[in-house]
Design a protein around this ligand. Sequence first.
Ligand SMILES: NC(=O)c1ccc[n+]([C@@H]2O[C@H](COP(=O)([O-])OP(=O)(O)OC[C@H]3O[C@@H](n4cnc5c(N)ncnc54)[C@H](OP(=O)(O)O)[C@@H]3O)[C@@H](O)[C@H]2O)c1
Length: 312
Amino acid sequence: MKAQKIVVLGGTGFVGRHLVPRLQRDGHTIVVLSRNREQHRELAVLPRVSVVNADVYAAASLGRHLAGADAAINLIGILNERGSNGRGFHKAHVEATQTLIAACVTAGVPRLLQMSALRAGEGESFYLKTRGEAEECVKAAPLAWTIFQPSVIFGPHDGLFFRFAPLLRVAALLPLARAQAKFAPVYVRDVAEAFARALAHPHTAGRVYELAGPRTIELGELVRWTAHMIGKRRLIVPLPDALGAVQARIGEWLPGKPISRDNFRSLKLDSIARADGLAALGIIATPMEAVIPALLAGDGHQRHLDRLRTGA
Ligand SMILES: NC(=O)c1ccc[n+]([C@@H]2O[C@H](COP(=O)([O-])OP(=O)(O)OC[C@H]3O[C@@H](n4cnc5c(N)ncnc54)[C@H](OP(=O)(O)O)[C@@H]3O)[C@@H](O)[C@H]2O)c1
């Protein structure tokens, strides 16, 4: 495969930290656009990878960074917005995508890989609605596009197991909204591999790939399994929707917004795939059981070492 120049937006996050090194190994030159490159120096140490500050909402500045690129990858996404009227989701998902498309067209970048989510465009949440709107913009663009719709993504320091594990270490009881919501957690390295293969194979243009892991699991079961993996016996209490909605409202005021009303609305739809996009790309999905126990054990060991060091 010919080495390409690839511009990645939102590449400093959880997925980007796996995708950028994966693309770099294929010989590509990668420019990661960030709102604050100083916070993401670790990616820039890789050969042929640079992290630069950019305003992704300004087409002119975006165009300058895209000049001469073979492909753009859009990983920008948020799970929570500052307010609660949907404007934050619209800006991060729809506006950023529209600006990127316009800048790609002007700069002559032919290829766009767009990160989306399973069930984009469905349900009542601003998160999924704006994901769907962004997809429509991509599908209408005069570019060779490919869209990826993952279920929840797992891996080192993910927002799933590594969000629940610290809670489960301290709380004997965990009330859980939408405990019956179903997921098919997909490994971050499989997601990165899917992007890499799409770049390598032009026939993936014009296609939408659902990315899911091999196991479908309810949220409550997943949290129980996480507790078991860190050696804790915990009581997981599924909340009826009326109480779950109250928990989501309160969650918006807590540090780090552990849950919001919009998350609650997204959780009304199961995040499971109808078609196996990984298999279509020749990737065998990695089960969470093959990865998470060792990662959580390593994390617990690290915490133990930190406690010994600080005497806490
Ligand atoms: N993680 C999952 O389970 C999951 C599941 C389905 C879909 N996705 C989607 O996959 C993509 C990557 O996920 P991730 O977990 O890597 O997310 P992440 O860790 O939050 O990283 C997203 C990156 O986007 C940039 N960003 C965040 N908010 C922004 C905003 N308002 N405007 C412009 N840039 C912004 C940030 O880069 P800078 O701070 O450097 O600018 C950030 O590093 C997202 O679109 C996400 O919604 C993730």
